[in-house]
Design a protein around this ligand. Sequence first.
Ligand code: FA5
Length: 342
Amino acid sequence: MLIKQEIKKLKDSVLSELDKTKSKTEFQRLYYQFLGRKGKVSELLKSIPELPLNERPEAGRLCNILKKEIEEIFNKKRLEIEKKELKVSKVDITLSERKYDIGYSHPISITMKEILASFKRLGFHIAEGPEIETDYYNFTALNFPVWHPARDMQATFFLQDGRLLRTHTSPVQIRIMESYKPPICVVVPGRVFRSDKPDATHYPIFHQVEGLFVDKDVSMPDLKGMLLYFARDIFEEKVQIRFRPSFFPFTEPSVEVDISCIFCGNKGCGMCKQTGWIEILGAGMVHPAVIKNVGYDNRIYNGFAFGLGVERVTMLKYRIDDIRLFYENHLEFLNQFKKVTF
Ligand code: FA5
């Protein structure tokens, strides 16, 4: 039978062609040449009806066997090529899988996101300002005269050109008011710097969130109601707040804001120094001199501002008794926040 010779020829040619093949592209080309829809095996199968009737069944059987054999030859070759390619790329497939830890947020970042989300719900926009500031924005425009002792409480790091690392986020109040007209309703997250010696509650680099609301007829009760909502959102539903008189050159009147102690429920414990209250932020009505410094008419506009320490809030939320833990990179400490997401 002529077809037997054809089959042998085809098989020999597959074997010799594949033997020379080293690349995947060459392999693909041969695959289509032999096993493709218009390949040599198909052509042979299509030629069967042209054979004498009595030869057709045997020819069909032999062609199908050939097709299977050729497919097997190609499969073997494919594995060979893939194995070689793996070796070239030096991937050791026998190595066991390496486990990498996925990164997660630092506790300060978690609290920061939570605080900003809370103020966003209250309708505040988020703004930012520079960490390197001029004396004017950090102090003078905020009504700190050059001689005022309040400057000493915020001793900072100076650059040689006279600029400084901002001691608080309050300078951004001025930058915002210079750029926009009232009504203004912003919160400003950011890093601040003071030449404070590190201890359990102080660090030279820490984070604040500033708040500023300026419009017509803003009142202290507006400030108090808003802060009560915030405290309950961040701490717990039954928390109370209180205002204590204080002093900041850029607010008048000024207050320190305390929350009822979340550790003892206002009864008095070691955490609240037996007072039942814990301080969380400074606030007040924007000083008319500041309103005037930015060019607003202080007979028409007034507002409130507040500034809170993010480390402080985080320490309260997670009952952490030493601020230094945030910055010493001990994994045993940081890993505890792996599951806290926000
Ligand atoms: C201020 O910085 C004012 N700018 C806040 C303000 C804004 C008042 C707007 C009125 C209107 P004070 O110096 O109290 O205020 O700092 C605010 C908070 O920062 C403190 O309550 C405390 O939580 C945090 N803080 C201050 N110094 C440090 C420090 N060295 N380490 C960590 N946190 C600190």
